[in-house]
Design a protein around this ligand. Structure first.
Ligand code: UD1
Length: 325
């Protein structure tokens, strides 16, 4: 079994590649390096190229005898997606269609897809189960939802897929060697670290008048290495005959924005400079997963908590900031 990881030089991709390689599994990466960083890959073979390029997919499949794919390669900036629908549909949707066409014509019929809890939009109730209505609220989320449906339709032509609906991925590797570059992200945890380390002004907290215990929004933060493990479990599920499926990947626990700041202060020993500003448009109040399905079908559960997430992120960002100064 050799696994092709598209977008393997990105944040979640590189953690997954590293986990696969550490388990002695054969893995190769296809990444355009538009947003990825090859230094994250160590000695894992890298093909620099595009998922739309049938020739490169064929070459990789033949040369490495690919049996399985984990597909991360996509654009993921929610705000940008609203201004650039063509670019997002072209890369995330048309790119996936081209990839699947090439894979099937090379005899590869198992794929794990990097989806998002953003497919649920602002959920009617929490915890969010897979039965919740899909109401994507951004072009980015639409592309994830459309690809999920496309993959599920391809069951009829022999493809089997697992779509993993990530909640809020965060944290870094335990050895602080790879993590989430804040220049590539608008997500809370890297921005908290950026503010603590003095690489930005105070963090803007988007609203503290929500109907939650401390007034700030609640999310389900999931450690990137737990998320990586969900991909490995999904590959094993498919290779042992599992049926196509879409499932949540979250811890089931909600954490508020202020909880994240408090933990970051405890872990780093520094104050987080912040301002309370107005609500960010489209932010759901509270989103956390019901992870029952993934536990039952893939045997996966999160093993790290939000303190592990914040402390691993702090260790990585402190080191990365020292290199940036
Ligand atoms: C966002 C995306 C989602 C994507 C996910 C992971 C939106 C609406 N959703 O989720 O599609 O899958 O990232 O990449 O953008 N916050 C602040 N100040 C900041 C940044 C964030 O207060 O500077 C708050 C937000 O209001 C939110 C929480 O922190 O309550 C988490 O925000 P963020 O990390 O951007 O993730 P989501 O919005 O949950």
């Amino acid at each position: 079994m050799t696994v092709l990881v598209t977008g393997g030089a990105g944040y979640i991709g590189s953690h997954t590649v590293r986990l696969l390689a550490s388990q002695g599994r054969d893995v190769v990466v296809l990444d355009s390096l538009e947003l990825g960083d090859k230094s994250r890959l160590g000695s894992v073979p890298l093909f620099q190229g595009d998922i739309n390029d049938e020739r490169i997919i064929e070459k990789i499949c033949r040369k490495h005898n690919i049996t399985d794919v984990v597909h991360f390669a996509a654009y993921k900036a929610v705000g940008e997606s609203m201004d650039q629908p063509l670019r997002y549909y072209n890369n995330n949707v048309a790119g996936t269609i081209a990839l699947v066409r090439s894979l099937l014509s090379n005899g590869v019929n198992r794929i794990v897809f990097s989806s998002s809890a953003a497919v649920y939009g602002n959920p009617e109730s929490v915890p969010v189960t897979e039965e919740s209505a899909l109401r994507p609220e951004s072009v980015y989320a639409e592309t994830k939802s459309v690809v999920e449906r496309f993959l599920s339709s391809c069951d009829a032509i022999g493809l089997r897929s697992v779509s993993l609906r990530y909640f809020n991925a965060a944290g870094a590797s335990a050895d602080a060697s790879i993590g989430e570059d804040w220049s590539m992200s608008q997500n809370l945890v890297p921005l908290v670290m950026k503010a603590i380390l003095g690489f930005s002004g105070p963090l803007n907290i988007f609203g503290n008048d929500y109907p939650t215990p401390d007034g700030t929004c609640i999310r389900d933060y999931i450690h990137v290495d737990d998320l990586a493990d969900a991909h490995v479990k999904a590959l094993d599920y498919l290779s042992t005959g599992g049926k196509s499926l879409a499932c949540n990947v979250g811890t089931g626990k909600g954490t508020s924005v202020l909880d994240v700041l408090n933990l970051a202060e405890q872990v780093s020993g520094h104050k987080v400079p912040y301002n309370i500003v107005g609500r960010r448009s489209g932010d759901p109040i509270s989103v956390y997963a019901d992870p029952t399905l993934i536990r039952a079908l893939l045997g996966w559960k999160a093993t790290r908590d939000v303190r592990d997430i914040i402390s691993s992120a702090w260790n990585w960002h402190e080191r990365d900031a020292a290199a940036k100064r």
